[in-house]
Write a protein that binds this ligand. Structure first.
Ligand SMILES: *Cc1c(COP(=O)(O)O)cnc(C)c1O
Length: 380
């Protein structure tokens, strides 16, 4: 019996282990010099000019602070695809605002810009674009539409670190761009997140928000020191990133190129092995400029859950990204548009295993098991 194939398999190499040991040896475990270096490394990979990257402890915290940074609060609405991570919905609610659920487009599985426009109300403050699986959503159209209505774009690029659109990085489109480095993302800091913002004033406010509201100088903390006198002028959270986590993120950032390259190869291999399988829909991309986070297929005809079972029996784990948000008890009363594409995709979507440095033979085993599962269903 061959080994089970997990959906996610974080790559932790000797470099990452060494980085973590070095950070522990430094003795300054909280926010410090590694955080500065991680922010600078992200800024450089994203082509961000000036110091406009702020690292925090999770992607969800980054989303919460994105809301506060844009002045979003009680009484406001934020339009989000219902087909999104729970963190986005909770972040909107944490800010005291209300999510409004929008449909997605069939091709990118990102927000349907025309349907989003139809949902804009006098209370709308922002609209969230999210790049499903690492495939950019229609960022130009979204940005143009939002500007016309004077609402902000929060770009949740948690799936898309390293993806590009029209030659530009993912940080080039939103008023605020958000990333996550949780355990399964394309790079991990075990847990972590980051925001890219537009102004130095936003950066300063975020430095206070992430550290209990204290007006500690980040510049000083970046040298592994702190002040004992400070003021607190506003609310704040314990959202800072720790040196240990930043050191791990930094070590992973160095490997990002290889992660992306080998994930792309695996996606292309899946695409060619599965192209002829009847009843499957594959991502509509050749993965040029895509940094793939997950590889998904769509299983039509109400057969997805049988396919999941058959794959499980063949030792292949799968995932579901996601159950659409409007199905959750907590969010049942949220305003929404027509969600027919979301509902259908939510029944069809299936995440196959995708790892950095995934061997071709593993991709082949998954593809073989999937074709077999579908053929078996046909015969039944
Ligand atoms: C992972 C993820 C988040 C949340 O990030 P955490 O670091 O897990 O809090 C938000 N949005 C998307 C699209 C994600 O994939």
């Amino acid at each position: 019996m061959s080994e089970r194939i997990p959906v996610f398999k974080p790559y932790i190499g000797v470099d990452t282990v060494k980085a973590a040991v070095d950070a522990l040896d430094l003795g300054w475990l909280g926010m410090g010099s590694y955080v500065r270096d991680f922010e600078a490394g992200l800024g450089s990979i994203l082509g961000v000019e000036g110091e406009r990257v702020v690292a925090v402890n999770t992607g969800t915290s980054a989303l919460h602070l994105a809301m506060l940074s844009l002045g979003i609060g009680p009484g406001d609405e934020v339009i989000t695809p219902s087909f999104n991570n729970i963190g986005d919905f909770q972040a909107i609610r944490l800010a005291g605002a209300e999510p409004v659920f929008c449909d997605i487009d069939e091709e990118t599985l990102g927000i349907d810009v025309e349907k989003a426009e139809a949902l804009i109300s006098a209370r709308t403050k922002a609209v969230i674009g999210m790049d499903y699986a690492g495939i950019p959503c229609r960022l130009d159209a979204l940005k143009e539409m939002a500007a016309r209505h004077d609402v902000k774009v929060i770009h949740d690029a948690a799936h898309a670190l390293g993806s590009r659109l029209h030659g530009r990085s993912m940080a080039a489109y939103g008023n605020i761009t958000v990333f996550s480095f949780d355990p399964v993302k394309i790079i991990t800091s075990i847990d972590g997140g980051a925001l890219v913002v537009e102004t130095a004033a936003q950066v300063e406010a975020l430095h206070r928000y992430r550290l209990l509201g204290m007006d500690q100088s980040a510049r000083r903390m970046y040298t592994n020191e702190r002040a004992w006198t400070y003021d607190v002028a506003d609310r704040g959270f314990r959202y800072h990133l720790a040196n240990l986590h930043a050191s791990i993120g930094l070590s992973q950032l160095e490997l990002l190129g290889g992660f992306i390259e080998t994930r792309r190869d695996a996606c292309r291999r899946y695409a060619s092995l599965l192209a002829a399988v009847e009843g499957l829909k594959l991502p509509a991309t050749d993965f040029t400029d895509v940094a793939p986070f997950i590889y998904y297929v769509r299983v039509g005809g109400g057969r997805r859950d049988d396919v999941i079972r058959a794959l499980g029996e063949a030792g292949v784990d799968t995932g579901i990204h996601w159950i659409p948000g409007h199905n959750f008890t907590f969010l049942r009363t949220c305003r929404r548009g027509e969600l027919s594409v979301t509902d259908r995709i939510g029944r069809e979507i299936l995440t196959l295993p995708l790892h950095s440095f995934m061997p071709a033979s593993t991709v082949e085993r998954v593809a073989h098991a999937l074709s077999g599962a579908i053929a078996q269903r046909r015969a039944a």
